[in-house]
Design a protein around this ligand. Structure first.
Ligand SMILES: [Zn+2]
Length: 315
């Protein structure tokens, strides 16, 4: 006796049963893409370009400095499970790079791979030893997002990554990206206009986060610490930076809110300069986010402080 062939009705019932088993999860076509991002600037890019088609998890908690991030178990799990991971390679956050390398499936994009990278500046005269960059691949400076024009290139890479991971929503991603890119181009033009006529050209910063911004708008960065804020200079280097700043007529020394300002205060006192804050947008504290702060608002605030600190009159 032959076994009974399954009837069409039976197959349909099986299919329905299988469908019912998945009913707690939304159908794949409608579920937002799960995107894990390395730190704030990438988070904003993914949210603005992805809109409601993505669910974004930032691996760096709000207000935490992003360099040398140690992943929490929760963040590591989010990274592991994400459909797409957007991060910066080249030694910026090694724990993220390691975890990306260990992912079983899903795609990941090193956003530094699509941007033209500058080499870390040589130290100012008299600064002892390698001030920074020695541990980064090819002494490349990772702070691309601080320059609005290069950040726009990053946003384009985010757009392309989302389209590749979710081609069905490509039109949405393109449209959203155009809006954000337009705002960034506008920001770039404003920076260029207002920094065109500054008496001061030397930008003394807490750590070497502003090299791309300085390059783009014709300034020269003199960082007190290295590429990562925790590389503290020795007293001789600090004195050399102060001498260089004084020789170049620096009247404002810029500190950062996410790192201790003690060294900036020391240099400022040494040369009789003022201090002011400059934010490299590496992480935004929760209370600032709640108050509506974002990349553009922080950069416009930076610009106001630069115009004042460098005595710019063109704007
Ligand atoms: Zn930095």
């Amino acid at each position: 006796m032959r076994p009974l062939a399954p009837t069409a009705a039976g197959l349909l019932a099986l299919a329905l049963l299988a469908g019912c088993g998945d009913s707690e999860e939304p159908a794949t076509a409608d579920a937002p893409l799960q995107v894990a991002v390395a730190f704030y600037p990438v988070e904003e890019a993914a949210r603005r370009v992805g809109g409601d088609r993505v669910e974004v998890t930032n691996l760096t908690p709000p207000g935490v400095a992003s360099h040398d991030l140690e992943l929490t178990p929760t963040a590591a799990a989010a990274l592991e499970e994400a459909d797409l991971v957007l991060y910066l390679g080249g030694g910026f956050q090694r724990s993220v790079e390691r975890a990306v390398g260990n992912r079983a499936e899903g795609s990941s994009i090193d956003l530094l791979g699509s941007v033209d990278l500058r080499t870390v500046d040589d130290a100012v005269p008299g600064v002892v030893g390698e001030v920074d960059g020695t541990e980064l691949a090819g002494r490349r400076d990772p702070h691309v997002w601080v320059d609005p024009a290069r950040y726009a290139e990053m946003v384009e890479a985010v757009r392309d990554g989302l389209i590749a991971a979710d081609p069905g929503d490509a039109d949405t991603y393109r449209t959203n990206a155009e809006v954000f890119l337009g705002a960034l181009r506008d920001l770039d033009r404003t920076f260029a206009r207002e920094l065109a006529g500054c008496r001061g050209r030397v930008l003394v910063t807490s750590h070497a986060a502003f090299g791309y911004l300085a390059d783009r708008y014709g300034l020269r960065q003199a960082p007190i610490a290295g590429i990562t804020p925790n590389e503290e200079p020795d007293p001789r280097s600090l004195a050399a930076t102060a001498r260089y700043a004084k020789a170049n007529g620096v009247t404002t020394v810029f500190f950062e809110t996410l790192v201790p300002r003690k060294l900036a205060d020391t240099v400022a006192r040494e040369i009789g300069a003022r201090t002011d804050a400059l934010d490299p947008v590496e992480g935004i504290p929760q209370e600032q986010l709640d108050a509506g702060a974002d990349y553009a608002s922080i950069q416009r605030d930076n610009l106001r402080r630069l115009v004042k600190g460098l005595a710019c009159t063109a704007g």
